[in-house]
Design a protein around this ligand. Structure first.
Ligand SMILES: CC(C)(COP(=O)(O)OP(=O)(O)OC[C@H]1O[C@@H](n2cnc3c(N)ncnc32)[C@H](O)[C@@H]1OP(=O)(O)O)[C@@H](O)C(=O)NCCC(=O)NCCS
Length: 167
């Protein structure tokens, strides 16, 4: 299995992976929308022996009190159900965070299952003065400092790209 950047030839396979992993097409459509409208964008695929088996996307997010901070948000990510629980998702997250660092992002955020994302160094944003724009349980919005102490003195509200509206 290899993690690599998505190419134009992968777009259909990425769509299918998102459909297979989520209950409906919303995430698959969202990925297509973001690909057309957002820059920079980190889109990585996990390639098995014969086909794409996983996908992860990172897009810029905004902290309202410091809009110059370069932060990336992880969403969505999907692994083909038969290939789940074999560490592929974890490899996608780690490779994606490396790409975020390489691009110069100073932090990353994710809205997801706390037990899963803790292992990559994410911690609940409520440990800092950071909140999500969305009405979600406090512990599911998590942040990771890619540059030391970047959230230490920060307060504010983080929002994803407007293309996420309606998800
Ligand atoms: C979330 C997902 C991408 C993880 O991919 P994966 O390749 O199965 O992940 P890994 O094998 O690296 O890690 C598996 C671990 O994640 C945990 N995990 C997976 N889904 C979870 C969930 N919904 N809640 C909590 N933990 C979860 C598993 O219990 C397992 O834990 P363990 O390592 O302690 O045994 C995959 O399960 C998936 O596609 N899910 C459906 C889509 C989704 O929910 N995406 C995330 C939101 S954008």
């Amino acid at each position: 299995m290899k993690i690599r950047k998505e190419t134009a030839e992968d777009i259909e396979a990425v769509f299918k992976i998102n459909i297979s992993a989520f209950p409906n097409e919303e995430e698959a459509q969202l990925v297509n929308r973001l690909r057309e409208t957002v820059s920079p964008l980190i889109s990585l695929v996990a390639e098995g022996e014969q086909e794409i088996i996983g996908h992860i996307l990172f897009t810029p997010v905004t902290l309202d009190s410091d809009t110059n901070l370069f932060l990336m948000g992880l969403a969505p990510m999907a692994v083909n159900p038969p290939a789940q629980n074999k560490g592929i998702g974890s490899q996608l997250v780690r490779a994606g965070l490396e790409e975020c660092r390489a691009l110069g992002a100073v932090g990353a955020v994710v809205l997801g299952h706390p037990e899963y994302y803790l292992r990559f160094g994410f911690s609940p944003s409520m440990n800092f003065g950071i909140k999500p724009k969305y009405d979600v349980p406090r512990e599911v919005f998590m942040v990771l400092e890619l540059s030391p102490h970047v959230f230490a003195d920060k307060e504010g509200v983080i929002s994803y790209h407007p293309a996420f509206a309606g998800l």
